[in-house]
Ligand binder design. Structure first.
Ligand SMILES: *Cc1c(COP(=O)(O)O)cnc(C)c1O
Length: 399
């Protein structure tokens, strides 16, 4: 028996069906685009990947875009191109996904975890300043939930300490910092097209950069370290000859995935408008609830609203975040947590000796944050269901 029996609460009305935390927005145009590639006889990286890169670069306003098969691969190649290697340090926010720091370790470098600001949950520039040593080569700002980091403060610190700024922009398509598109602000920007992200290719990623040498390096390293448009070797233009210039990776995107990406990118702004409608409805309904804090948007940013993260106030409630998520599930509402900070995971605790007290803001946030569903397919009544479940629960368990 569950201790939190929703039958005990008469206001509980169960939704007929489970509301998934996320459903990708796949339309007939997406299916047609993928089918066309399947019929074309060319499946792997080819003309559709090139077209996706060109369209993405134009959409962002970046001079170079390199497509890869995941956001994680994007981060790995970006750091490699920026020259991160054995013995270096890279500053990474602790409140992020596994990918942001694991690629640092894979390059033989050490991730230096950094606490977040309490309002946006983004990398705190003051904590960054304190954390960097002379071995630090790069910083990876993660635009948490789609809210751009303070790129002025981070840029200033990066210039002073000669750090490359490699943005983890997995949540930030599309987002703007002081009128500039994310993807044109840092030295290299890494996007993800994972199934839950704002546009998807199933699995996929993209790096944008103004530096053509880095773009060339990432292209080469994404396909075995083979130089110069190796994919052309199977076309009329190409030749069978190839040169391996470094031991690279197998990170190229497929034309199947790129066709989906082209089709999704065309609706990126429509998807944002739909998420903004969800965000407005949540804000209206939840902002006056005393035990809940709705997400903050600082002046000067355009938020991508990839995630809608509320915070509960544990002083006002008799139950914790985990129990709230369990009760939401019993009311047929899917919710999630972004993220359990890296410093609380066994690998980072044991390898680097991090303690919860080293990151006070992330440590307390990590027990208070709940990500509510936010995606174009949600109807007004779906959001009403989420809102009434959340408010019923926090009112019932108020102290
Ligand atoms: C999704 C995500 C990634 C990794 O993207 P994949 O495409 O799944 O490899 C990296 N960083 C953050 C913050 C993410 O949310």
């Amino acid at each position: 028996m569950n201790r939190f029996n929703p039958a005990g609460c008469e206001r509980n009305e169960l939704r007929k069906s489970f509301l998934s935390f996320h459903v990708p927005e796949i339309g007939e145009q997406d299916i047609a685009a993928v089918t066309q590639v399947l019929r074309s006889g060319w499946l792997t990286a080819g003309p559709r990947v090139k077209e996706f890169e060109d369209r993405f670069a134009r959409y962002i306003g970046a001079s170079n875009a390199v497509a890869v098969n995941s956001g994680t691969a994007a981060l790995h190649l970006a750091l490699e191109a920026a020259g991160v290697g054995a013995g270096d340090e890279v500053a990474v926010p602790t409140l992020t996904f596994a990918a942001t720091a694991e690629v640092v370790v894979q390059l033989g470098a050490r991730p230096i975890l950094v606490d977040c600001s309490p309002d946006t949950l983004n990398l705190d520039p003051a904590a960054l300043e304190r954390a960097i040593s002379s071995r630090c080569k790069a910083v990876i700002p993660v635009h948490f939930a789609g809210h751009p980091c303070d790129m002025d403060a981070i840029g200033e610190i990066a210039r002073a300490h000669r750090l490359a700024v490699v943005e983890d922009a997995a949540h930030a398509l599309p987002a703007k910092w002081r009128g500039r598109m994310i993807g044109t602000v840092g030295d290299l920007s890494c996007f993800s097209f994972y199934a839950t992200k704002t546009i998807t290719t199933g699995e996929g990623g993209m790096i944008t950069t103004a530096n053509p040498d880095w773009a060339e390096r990432m292209r080469i390293m994404s396909l075995h370290g083979i130089s110069k448009d190796a994919w052309k070797r199977y076309t009329a233009e190409g030749s069978w000859r190839y040169d391996i210039i470094a031991p690279g990776y197998k990170y190229n995107l497929t034309d199947i995935a790129a066709a989906l990406g082209i089709s999704q990118l065309a609706r990126c702004d429509d998807f944002l408008r739909a998420r903004l409608r969800c965000k407005e409805q949540y804000d209206q309904a939840l902002r006056s609830e005393p035990a809940i804090e709705t997400p903050v948007t600082r002046p000067g940013v355009e938020h991508a609203w990839h995630l809608y993260v509320i915070r509960i106030d544990p002083r006002q409630l008799r139950i914790g975040r985990d129990q709230i998520i369990e009760l939401l599930k019993q009311r047929n509402i899917g919710a999630a947590v972004h993220f359990i900070p890296l410093h609380l995971h066994p690998y980072y605790r044991q390898t680097y000796g991090y303690q919860p007290a080293d990151f006070p803001n992330a440590s307390s946030a990590s027990e208070q944050i709940i990500s509510l569903p936010i995606y174009p397919r949600l109807t007004t009544s779906d959001i009403e269901d989420v809102v009434s479940a959340v408010t019923d629960i926090v009112r019932e368990y108020r102290r």
